[in-house]
Design a protein around this ligand. Structure first.
Ligand code: GCU
Length: 831
């Protein structure tokens, strides 16, 4: 039977970013020529929701890219066709196809062959998911302009676990989500309309992600009650056709909270019965549930320590309930004491994961996995690989990577994370003496120690913003996570180039520019934020966004950098420090034990050194801090220039929205630069040899301007405002600050540094004399309600003509509870 199916037209929203890398834009003729001839029909052997997704995706993708109609059928036609099916079904028709047993689950074969006298392009999977992944892979090759006329390619995933976690709360908020509210929940319920979940499932499937944990690790116990499980089942139903299985995060105290027991002791038989009952109920509603994620004994979450039980006891009681159903428990390795005494120089949060889990190696059941954050602290801009990866030989493990940019610019800054993840995945833990080593990617996939399960988990936190993550360029991280989970040896450049081509098209200038911005973005972010492995230097107590250097000190959170008047860094050596380096295999630990062999970028993670310590680069630590912050901020400014060259080479909407974020980022990079440099200048009392730090020619402090109604207010922390203070206005007032220009006549850029608080939409206006030059609204709903490093924002008005004696005036009309705070203006020659 052959039916003609019209290609589904490209979504009307195609260039809002909603379609992400699955736009299937019509291919230019030169690209079509490279691809070669592709059959215009699809033949599907077998039938199931996943197989139909595969077929429909080819109809949609091919039809759109080739601007043509694709026929579908269920038996071989008398013309060439794309043959889709599992290897078991395909092999009798195409004997050249590999046997199913030759491929790992989810793997696929793409090949060209002749079947019954016709040329066929075969997409054959080891299982149904493999067929779906093969279909996406074929479409990606076509979209990238690769020749598909002579395919013979086997692909299989590096690991069975390729999951995303979501930190969504049932009320619709998302912990550490930066792109709107939850696509899953609202008001304590699963959303009625799950069309976004369906489209998200498609995005995940396209990069091989096969599991999704839907709720926050700081879990609400209600999620596994009888009232809620049917709602979860609705989400599972929507994801199932994309081969994505649902899983849930649980509250370990559930037996007491919702089970009517007076205990949650994992060794109590009643508790075991409770878990069995709940797990059975979950599987009755969701037979393909992936499993359960558990955060226990961490950051206030209850856990087995309440009964002097071990993490293995806790994991195993749930593992045993899951085992008959084939489910897996992910026990999070992110366990530490956030009330540690900061005065004790031997205390060290970095030690916590290893100290907690290494003694339990071999004590976890076969369907339990320890889920380990990539570094020993918490997603800082630079961390070494967690030593726990090398220390679990008889326990399954998975690496937890964070796609949502909690400490890395929260999707207001572009920060392509694939190079950072690769630095850890490729790191050789030297866990065995075998050559060519034991990179983290092989430890977590289970390959090194022959573990039955293992793999990759990405904390995704997409939201209801149309483009999913808020920043169009941030989607490269979601895409990149999937690509690495499938094949962690893929290079960052390949991932960046492929993503850019799929997302923005084939124009070589676009591809080169976007790819290089992506690849330069993490190093730039590192330069203008945290130096030499000291941490991101952000406000670690609350927002984790703007600078807040002292917030990490003198408290129990353990993100200490120990900066003082003489030096900086955590001494984690065996010889004189916390002994953390002993957690690595000795060969690796020895490298970190000495300053001479520790790479510069991690020096302050492992050592406390004087500011005058000379790096391998030849610079002193303090000069490195000054220089790197200027370099990083300059690079952020250059991203804007580079992006501007793409004007008219990409669609208006995405061009403009990325430009706005890059311009904001360039301004905020200056906030970071000045905060960090001023703070270290003050603390070290060592001048910048280049004379840049602490000197700001062309800057006019608001407090030195003539003012109406604006009042002087100290800013906390002081380093986040120029000269430590700002002018603030009472709510409901209009305030202004004036400056009489005395320089030469000419055309200038005037940067207005103000604070965009999140509790109103104040209007700022820049005047020369009585003439309005530009007016804008500070309507950020993000960060903080006060003037500080999260809210400090730069608005640059370009091409302002000024003559001596002209008056520049900044006026604010406040809104809500905002203070309309003004920091300074800066006048520089227009380029
Ligand atoms: C970080 C993050 C928390 C999160 C925690 C976790 O500390 O800031 O919001 O709950 O990690 O991973 O459990």
């Amino acid at each position: 039977m052959v039916a003609l199916v019209a290609a589904i037209p490209m979504s009307a929203q195609a260039e809002t970013g909603y379609d992400a890398w699955l736009r299937y834009a019509p291919l230019p003729p030169t690209v079509l020529t490279r691809v070669g001839s592709v059959p215009r029909s699809v033949t599907l052997l077998g039938d199931s929701p996943v197989l139909r997704s595969a077929r429909d995706e080819i109809v949609r993708g091919l039809g759109s890219m080739h601007a043509s109609t694709i026929a579908t059928g269920t038996s071989l036609p008398r013309t060439s066709t794309i043959l889709l099916g599992t290897l078991d079904r395909v092999r009798p028709v195409v004997p050249a196809a590999p046997a199913a047993a030759e491929l790992a689950p989810d793997g696929f074969w793409l090949g060209t062959a002749t079947a019954r006298g016709q040329a066929v392009l075969v997409v054959a999977g080891r299982n149904e998911r493999g067929v779906l992944y093969g279909a996406f892979a074929l479409l990606q090759r076509i979209a990238l302009g690769e020749d598909v006329s002579r395919l013979n390619e086997r692909q299989e995933p590096a690991a069975p676990i390729r999951w995303v976690n979501h930190w969504d709360n049932l009320d619709g908020t998302i912990e550490r989500g930066y792109a709107g509210r939850s696509i899953f929940f609202e008001n304590g319920r699963v959303q009625e309309d799950l069309s976004r979940v369906r489209d998200y499932g498609r995005l995940l499937a396209s990069v091989g992600v096969n599991g999704l944990t839907v709720n926050n690790v700081n879990a609400n116990a209600l999620v596994i009650t009888d009232g809620f499980i049917p709602q979860l089942a609705r989400i599972a139903d929507v994801l199932r056709p994309w081969g994505v299985s649902l899983s849930v995060s649980i509250d370990f105290s559930s037996p007491r909270r919702i089970g009517g027991l007076d205990t949650f002791d994992p060794l109590d038989a009643r508790v075991a019965a409770f878990w069995k009952d709940r797990v059975d109920a979950l599987y009755r509603a969701i037979p393909d549930l992936g499993g359960i994620v558990l955060k226990a004994d961490s950051e206030g979450r209850l856990g087995p320590s309440a009964y002097n039980r071990t993490h293995a006891d806790a994991a195993n009681v749930i593992a045993r309930a899951l085992a008959p159903h084939g489910g897996v428990i992910f026990y999070r390795g992110f366990v530490y004491d956030n009330l540690m005494d900061w005065r004790d120089p031997k205390n060290d949060r970095a030690r916590a994961a290893y100290d907690n889990f290494h003694p339990l190696d071999g004590k976890f059941d076969a369907n339990a996995v320890v889920q380990i954050k990539h570094g020993p602290i918490d997603f800082q801009v630079r961390e070494p690989a967690s030593p726990l990866f090398g220390a679990l030989r008889n326990t399954n493990q998975a690496i937890e990577l964070q796609i949502t940019q909690e400490y890395l610019g929260q999707q207001r800054h572009v920060c392509f994370l694939v190079p950072m993840w690769k630095a850890v995945l490729d790191f050789d833990m030297q866990a065995t003496s075998t050559s060519p080593g034991t990179p983290v990617r092989d430890l977590v996939s289970g390959r090194t120690f022959n573990r039955p399960v293992g793999g990759f988990v990405g904390v995704s936190n997409v939201g209801r913003d149309t483009n999913w993550l808020g920043h169009d360029l941030a989607m490269a991280n979601l895409y990149g996570f999937g690509r690495l989970a499938w094949n962690p040896t893929t290079s960052a450049r390949t991932i960046a180039t492929d993503w850019t081509t799929l997302t923005f098209g084939h124009d070589p200038q676009v591809v080169e520019t976007v790819t290089s911005i992506l690849l330069d973005s993490w190093p730039a972010y590192e330069r203008y934020t945290g130096p030499l492995g000291a941490g991101t230097l952000t406000d670690i107590i609350r927002v984790h966004y703007g600078p807040g250097i002292e917030s990490s000190e003198r408290n129990g959170w353990g993100q200490w950098h120990r900066a003082n008047g003489q030096g900086i860094g955590m001494d984690r050596t065996i010889a004189t420090g916390t002994g953390f380096t002993a957690q690595y295999i000795p060969l690796v630990g020895a490298q970190y034990e000495s300053t001479a062999s520790t790479p510069d970028e991690l020096l302050l993670f492992f050592h406390h050194v004087p500011y005058t310590h000379v790096l391998h680069s030849g610079k002193t630590v303090i000069q490195h801090i000054y220089d790197s912050h200027y370099q990083g901020a300059q690079e952020a400014a250059d991203f804007v220039k580079r992006w501007r060259r793409l004007d008219r080479l990409i669609d208006r909407q995405r061009y403009a929205s990325v430009l706005a974020r890059l311009e904001y980022q360039a301004g905020h990079a200056v906030v970071w630069r000045d905060a960090i440099n001023n703070w270290f200048l003050w603390l070290s009392d060592i001048a910048d040899a280049n004379g840049l730090a602490g000197r700001f020619p062309g800057r006019i402090e608001a407090e030195s301007m003539a003012r109406e109604r604006y009042a002087n207010t100290p800013v906390v922390p002081w380093e986040t405002a120029s000269a430590g203070q700002a002018m603030t206005c009472e709510p409901g007032e209009t305030c202004s600050a004036r400056h009489r220009y005395q320089g030469p006549a000419g055309t200038f850029d005037v940067a207005v540094q103000f604070f965009d608080e999140n509790d109103g939409a104040s209007r700022f206006t820049l005047f020369t004399g009585d003439r309005v030059i530009e007016s804008w609204v500070a309507d950020g709903e993000f960060g903080s309600p006060s003037p500080n490093g999260h809210t400090s924002t730069r608005h640059t008005v370009r091409g302002v003509r000024l003559s001596p004696d002209d008056e520049l005036r900044v006026q604010v009309t406040t809104d809500g509870m905002e203070s309309g705070a003004l920091d300074y203006i800066e006048i520089t020659a227009s380029p």
